[in-house]
Design a protein around this ligand. Sequence first.
Ligand code: 2AM
Ligand code: CA
Ligand code: CA
Ligand code: CA
Length: 266
Amino acid sequence: MARSALLNVMVQAALKAGKSLSRDFGEVQNLQVSVKGPGDFVSQADLKAQKIIHDELLKARPTYGFLGEESEEIKGTDGAHRWIVDPLDGTTNFLHGIPMFSVSIALERNGEIVGAVVFNPATDELYTAERGGGAFLNDRRLRVASRRVLSDCVIGCGVPHLGRGNHGKFLVELRHVMGEVAGIRRIGSAALDLAYVAAGRFDGFWEVGLSPWDMAAGILLVREAGGFVSDFNGGTDMLGTSSIICGNEHIQKALAEVVKRPIPTK
Ligand code: 2AM
Ligand code: CA
Ligand code: CA
Ligand code: CA
């Protein structure tokens, strides 16, 4: 697996932030936590990790723009390139001592995602992809699962939280999907959910209400592992519509059909 210099910069930033997160995860009870909104927390660990990533990326490419969850967007002088970063995806898990969280870094060029890194420091799993170059878990090339019928499938999803999302609409989606698939899982880190689809662990995934930093890197991982990704309108404006449905060619289509079934009238 040959990584470009730019992907290496992203990997180094993710590993360095991961080290900081691992240290903080060991002493999670001592972390300062503030509340951004209902059910929405940010800790010192998120902020430290974002600063590390910002500094590493901007040191390598000072002119690129930077969109990170924990700060205002920085417009670069290079209008073509932008980093899209979630320094800690799965803060709720992290703060509860659940080792399912990740660092997510994507590089966008002229509006297209061309580089991706998702790193889970607790399991040392590093997912990488470059456009046209395939997706990898550490050194292993990834391929999405090949199951063709929903009844064989394990599907990941997100669950709307306190103060966020249309809970009623989600329950309808869940009821429809539940009736068709072998199992449903919820990790609590959308970046990891998408990495799991790329790795063939999940056959598919859907969620509504995500931010660009939750999914930018994961979208490229899934595509480069041979998967299909759409938004809830059947288009490819996932970042603009905050919605995503993915899987292999067959499962993506079948899952989209089930998720979007109309609300029963009786
Ligand atoms: P976060 O941990 O970076 O905030 C899980 O389905 C996804 O939703 C994760 O990407 C998580 O990202 C995000 N999330 C969890 N709780 C949230 C909240 N209260 N507000 C906004 N996003 C949230
Ligand atoms: Ca957050
Ligand atoms: Ca997130
Ligand atoms: Ca986050």
